[in-house]
Design a protein. Structure first.
Lengths: 614, 250
């Protein structure tokens, strides 16, 4: 094949993925004068961000004036079990309010307080009402705002293109090879800088809130190109996914239900979360129903109900109830908002939950409790980046949003994702633009790399016989669900790794029927390579971390271990082509941040009040 | 507890196509999209269908089920009789790409034509103030998931094929959401009349009927815009007032 025949698009920066992070990054690149491409697998405006419900966390202090970036930062570090990259958590807490206000300036219409300001709601792990929101469709508001603003900024949008792999010129980025899904044609993007905003890899599990797009593309492409992946053992199982009927199992039920007062009950009618309060959060959590009820009616001296503990804690508690025979009929727990708020309030604050349960489960949430259970929701880990520029160890490759690591440590707080997308989307856009501007020489596209990538893709169609991609995917989902699930053991993980090796062998013979035009079987087959790399990285990282922390729970190593408090698991492709797993010691925490994160809440608040007062 | 169900699915591309029969076992709680996916993995690996969230939030899986424009992910199999054959076709108003996937790029071009949001300046403390009762209507319009079922159903586009003269119901409510936005300062009434084609809508409310978000597209969006156009261009008192005190957005 002569690569001269391939259509080539040339840009200063190419952003891959058009969710919140990708859109924000592209807007920034464009604002910096870059010729910017935005490449996405779906139609614009359909990315997974649209599914985010509850809100975006930012210490605006509109509802409780005691809020401050330092409290947000402290909450984030504690929620992440102190494994967050300190600088990223700091940048996030500091920049989030500006990013929310900017979104409003671009047309977002958040719910309001009585004074006409942006309203903020309670969420798990956040000390104060902190989530700017629009009912329970905040993600839609964000993506539509960015989309409608973005289309007027001169960004070139390439919709329904699948990026297949990275091209390099020496050690630096030179471009990408992509496939146009409509036609099956291959194209080249020639560029100095690439920003991955490709989201997570939840589609490796059977029960997940993620859509088909979540196939770990960014992790796998970055890994293949020599980037480092970090913290992949930390996978967030959201405690409340739908469990019934089977066809909708895993679909998200927003944490906003609990934020608005919803409670979790077992089949004996007990609010079991009060039995599951970890010591670290005991002093900041209501110990019983009496205090929790006062909190619900707005008593500011009351502490938060136990249902609003961090997601890892709530997910494990639900699992325990189910395992010990106190679960709901379909293997979850009951989530009750009907007895806590009146029907009109529920419909106004949680309209899409009302609609979703009514249509998909034939259940009226204003009258009956929902049945919910854990669902794979989010990757805390991902591509390792520099905190300020979001650049990876590959010059010219940047990453932001869910596909990058560090911001959330071992567990992400609800609401910190939407703000993460905007804060680090913008920073990645700045970082990539500066890099691209400084690069004087245009990169050279290497024809052999291009043909290698295309040959792998076309082999899948050209084989006479082979493995059905849908079945390989099904088997991978079984493996990850059963062997690399919410609770893990060394033997399960090792079996999981073995099974993934066997699937990799089968994948060498994968065959998609039909032609190259809009062929879902072929698209599925192409994404399985990425899912297999992602799954192996998760399983190997999980096997190395011999402790339980945040989203990573080991039955054979219970509790957080001191020897792991200061280390990350980092993965990269070895020179022999095998996956290399390393324990990497964390740099020392900056003193001023350490002080904030470890301070007593009352002392921190007193210092903030002193600081605010002239 | 599954039951073998019969499907007729349109297979083809720009050049040609036909309905093809499939069968699959349907279990409790399944929606049409689940059945399509099952058929895809069992016997039609290359059958094209768009989808993302599978929860009625992204608006990707718009097709016509037994002739009715619907989101495949929110259409339950038990809405149909047990022995009813389920037919699935791509949206009729847009060019087909392949099987159930249609080319909806026309919609993106309409969106780009709309004059962007132009906010007034912030209050001195850096905030914007808007009251909930003033934004309820705008928030109703912003629930739109861009499934384009309304665009597909609108007579002006589907039957009269005046897609060069009318932006369609989706973008009429987008225009309404901008025009009614308390912070917006731009004036789009002239374009709503002349370029976006508000006069072409004859208020049959078919768009409202198919909206999966239950947005009152016609009553709350299009009719008020039509009224604003009438006030501006056909009301003699308003016309005089404008002549005397020109330059302000009405």
């Amino acid at each position: 094949m002569d690569i001269q025949d391939l259509k080539t698009f040339e840009h200063d920066v190419v952003v891959v993925g058009a969710g919140g992070a990708g859109l924000r990054a592209a807007i920034e690149c464009s604002a910096q004068g870059m010729s910017t491409a935005l490449v996405c697998k779906s139609l614009l405006g359909k990315a997974h961000t649209v599914m985010a419900e509850g809100g975006m966390a930012a210490a605006l202090g509109n509802v409780d004036h005691r809020d401050h970036w330092k409290v947000h930062f402290r909450d984030t570090m504690r929620g992440g079990k102190f494994l967050n990259v300190w600088r990223m958590a700091e940048l996030h807490a500091k920049h989030a309010p500006q990013r929310v206000r900017e979104l409003e300036e671009w047309g977002a219409v958040f719910d309001r307080t009585k004074d006409g300001l942006i309203n903020q709601r309670n969420f798990g792990g956040h000390r104060y009402p902190r989530l700017a929101h629009v009912g329970d469709r905040t993600g839609l508001e964000m993506i539509r705002t960015l989309q409608d603003y973005g289309v007027h900024q001169g960004i070139d949008v390439y919709m329904e293109y699948s990026v297949l792999d990275i091209l390099k010129d020496g050690d630096k980025i030179s471009g990408l090879v992509a496939m146009v899904r409509d036609t099956g044609q291959f194209v080249i993007f020639k560029t100095k800088a690439v920003i991955f905003a490709t989201g997570g890899g939840g589609k490796a599990w059977k029960v997940t809130s993620n859509s088909w797009e979540y196939t770990g593309d960014g992790y796998a492409m970055a890994y293949e190109a020599g980037a480092e992946l970090m913290d992949l053992e930390f996978t967030q199982f959201h405690p409340t996914g739908m469990v019934w009927p089977p066809s909708v199992a895993g679909i998200l039920v927003t944490e906003g239900v609990r934020g608005e007062g919803g409670i979790l009950l077992n089949n004996q009618g007990r609010r079991f979360m009060f039995d599951n309060i970890p010591e670290r959060f005991a002093s900041e959590t209501a110990p019983d129903e009496e205090e929790a009820n006062r909190w619900l009616i707005g008593d500011k001296t009351a502490r938060r109900p136990a249902e609003l503990l961090t997601r890892d804690v709530v997910a494990r508690a639900i699992m325990k109830e189910v395992k010990e025979g106190r679960g709901s009929p379909h293997g979850g727990a009951f989530l009750d908002i009907a007895s806590r708020q009146d029907a009109e309030y529920i419909k106004r604050k949680l309209p899409s939950m009302f609609h979703q349960f009514k249509v998909l489960a034939e259940l009226d949430i204003t009258k009956e409790p929902m049945e919910v259970g854990p669902t794979l929701h989010y990757f805390m880990g991902g591509i390792r980046v520099d905190a300020d520029t979001q650049m990876t160890n590959i010059p010219g490759l940047f990453s932001c949003g869910e596909c990058s690591a560090g911001m959330h440590g071992a567990n992400r707080l609800g609401g910190n994702s939407l703000s993460d997308l905007l804060v680090f989307g913008k920073l990645a856009g700045t970082g990539a633009s500066e890099y691209s501007r400084k690069m004087e020489r245009a990169p050279i596209i290497d024809a052999d790399q291009v043909t290698g990538i295309i040959r792998h893709a076309t082999d899948i169609l050209n084989r006479e016989h082979g493995q059905n991609p849908y079945l390989i995917h099904d088997d991978l989902r079984e493996t990850m669900q059963n062997k690399v699930g919410i609770v893990r053991t060394e033997s399960d993980l090792n079996e999981g790794i073995e099974e993934i090796q066997a699937l990799k062998q089968r994948y060498l013979q994968v065959k998609a029927d039909g032609a190259s035009q809009y062929n879902p079987g072929w698209h599925e087959a192409l994404s399985i390579r990425n899912l297999l790399i992602t799954s192996e990285a998760v399983a190997r990282s999980a096997a190395m971390r011999q402790e339980s922390r945040g989203g990573h729970t080991r039955l054979d190593f219970e509790g957080e271990r001191e020897e792991w408090a200061g280390a990350n698991v980092v993965i990269k492709k070895g020179v022999d082509g095998k996956m290399e797993v390393n324990r990497v010691e964390r740099p020392a925490a900056p003193e001023h941040l350490k002080e904030i994160a470890h301070s007593e809440l009352s002392a921190l608040e007193a210092s903030i009040i002193a600081e605010i007062k002239p | 507890m599954t039951k073998l169900r019969h499907f007729e699915i349109w297979r083809g591309d720009k050049q040609s196509g036909q309905m093809v029969s499939y069968q699959t076992e349907v279990g409790e709680g399944m929606v049409v999209l689940d059945a399509i996916h099952q058929i895809q993995s069992e016997s039609a690996g290359d059958m094209a269908v768009r989808w993302n969230c599978k929860a009625g939030k992204c608006g990707s899986c718009s097709i016509e089920v037994n002739g009715v424009p619907k989101l495949a992910c929110m259409t339950r199999m038990n809405d149909y009789q047990n022995d009813e054959v389920i037919s699935c076709r791509p949206m009729k108003s847009f060019p087909v790409i392949k099987d159930l996937v249609s080319d909806v790029s026309w919609n993106y071009r309409q969106n780009k034509r709309i004059k962007p949001f132009a906010p007034k300046s912030r209050d001195k403390d850096g905030n914007y103030r808007m009251f909930q009762e003033d934004i309820d209507r705008v928030q109703e319009f912003r629930k739109c998931i861009e499934c384009y079922l309304c665009q597909n159903t609108c007579h002006v586009i589907r039957d009269q094929q005046k897609e060069d003269d009318f932006v369609g119901p989706r973008y009429m409510i987008r225009l309404a959401s901008l025009e009614m936005h308390p912070l917006d300062t731009a004036d789009r009434i002239p374009e709503i009349k002349s370029e976006y084609g508000s006069g072409l809508c004859n208020i049959t409310k078919c768009c409202t009927a198919v909206c999966p978000e239950h947005i009152q597209i016609t009553d709350n969006g299009i009719i008020p815009l039509k009224e604003r156009v009438v006030d501006r261009y056909y009301d003699p008192i308003m016309w005089l007032k404008r002549k005397l005190f020109s330059g302000k957005k009405s």
